[in-house]
Design a protein around this ligand. Sequence first.
Ligand code: NZQ
Ligand code: ZN
Length: 395
Amino acid sequence: MMKFEYYNPTRLIFGVGSLEKLGEVASKYGKKALLVIGRGSVKKAGIFDRALEVLKKAGVEVVEFSGVESNPRLSTVLRGVKVLKENKCDMVIGLGGGSVIDASKAIAAIALYEGNPRDMFIIAGRTPKPPEKALPIIAVPTLAATGSEMNGTAVITLDDGEIPIKTPMKSGAIYPTVAIVDPELTVTVPKNYTAYGIADIIAHVTESYFNGVGGTPIQDRFAEGVVITVLEYGPRAVENGRDLEARTQIHWASIVALNGWVNVGTYAQFPVHAIEHTLSALYDVPHGAGLAVLNPAWMKFAARYNPQKFAQFAQRVFGVSSEGRDPLEVALEGINRFEEFLRSIGCPTRLSELGIGEITEEMLYDWAEKTLEVRRDNQGRLPGIPPLSKEDIVE
Ligand code: NZQ
Ligand code: ZN
């Protein structure tokens, strides 16, 4: 295990009915809020009106900023900054999925940033200048997936260049000040996005489980616990979106998976995410759908280099028998079970199912190159276990 420091400044208010606290919480941070939403789902579900009502009751004036797209773009974020500044808002409230929360974090940081916003983001070959301050951010997630409500990451598609690239900014300054997590707000998430969220939650812990250093038995057990919980409650949430118990467990799993607790000390890299971000930058693939395709494929490749760890996963999470068997065989059986699980909840598991159209070998090389343009080690490979060359990514 590596040495580490852990600090998570987000105050988490969790549980069914928590939305009622939004007004009281927001009133502590000022009188006027920029309320950031996506493309209409929260209005259709009645969540927007409920939020307005509690904010109004607490004397908080609201300026609406709507239209944040799934896979949010820098141009949209900059429009949000303009609205915020014109209206002199004191805080940013993100009411929506991970895309809305990420956009809200970026707006809150860019509003106080003097330099070029592009410089804040992680791009290979240069040192990013992450934001040192941000306006207070209140995250009210309506979809369980990214864990953005309790971490210091905002993933944005930089659409100001010739080719869009999707990459995070990471900073202690953009942890939401408060996360109000009311699992009831997620009951209207359709089956497909519920399933994509499940694929994302699992990927967050498997990325650190398989790509980190050894000697992390507690982190391993945390990660396995997250996956086992999601395997149990995920299908229930997909089957019946109104199953509040399932929605609650999935939401808590999504937060635990990426608030740092599971992967501290592992020095984990996120190669599957890096490849997926290329797909969602170029084709607007939903993040979790891209991961559902890429994660098992990557696992089949990486298991050859790390069979013991994959066999441990197969045995502990999927109950694959390991006695007297070759670890790689056990590992592959576990990965196949994982892939079957993803299929059973309706996730795509092949590139051809992502709606990109015909995929040529040339495209695969192009995606690999674009991924390495954003993220690479000093030998030009995508960091992880094993580090991936362009050819490895294509494979
Ligand atoms: O746009 P609206 O109308 O809001 O509809 C959204 C969108 O179509 C809909 N939705 C959200 N809540 C709903 C709902 N529909 C019905 N009822 C509700 N209660 O769901 C669709 C997907 O929303 P989106 O926010 O895009 O999904 P998700 O939460 O999966 O977020 C994905 C984004 O987060 C980034 C991804 O790359 C992607 O851009 N990530 C952020 C991370 C972080 N900040 O830590 C880490 C992740 O690995 C990830 O990269
Ligand atoms: Zn993710």
